[in-house]
Design a protein. Structure first.
Length: 131
């Protein structure tokens, strides 16, 4: 039963129109990078921050009593794709060594009349919801 549901979900996702698919890809990429940063905070036993704004996002790590950009591996400054509009304001969410977030955050992504909201909860979970 679970396998059938997975196959049906794959068919739906693969049949999405171009702009809707591009929006979902971008939202999923952002969510995956955020989860990777959370996991890095846990495995490295030191805080990692997500800094997100209407123009893009990046990640930082606390080092020598100050925040330093987390280089490479998908953590560099990433602008939202052309055609995607984000409504996030400027937010900094810090993951502690347990993976808990310092605050909740909602990032709304819009593209050609389609919208998705990436929600970051205080417990460190990241979800993707229709806007």
């Amino acid at each position: 039963m679970l396998m059938v549901m997975g196959l049906l979900a794959s068919v739906v996702v693969l049949s999405l129109p171009g702009d809707e698919r591009a929006l979902r890809d971008e939202a999923e990429r952002f969510a995956a990078r955020t989860l990777a940063a959370r996991d890095m905070a846990i495995t490295g036993s030191q805080p990692v921050a997500l800094v997100v704004s209407d123009s893009g996002y990046y990640f930082e790590r606390r080092s020598d009593q100050q925040w330093q950009p987390l280089p490479g591996r998908g953590f560099d400054l990433t602008a939202w794709a052309s055609g995607t509009r984000a409504t996030a304001g400027r937010q900094r969410v810090i993951f502690d060594s347990l993976g808990l977030a310092s605050s909740e955050a909602n990032v709304r992504l819009d593209r050609s009349g389609h919208a998705l909201v990436v929600r970051l909860r205080r417990d460190g979970k990241v979800t993707l919801d229709a806007g």
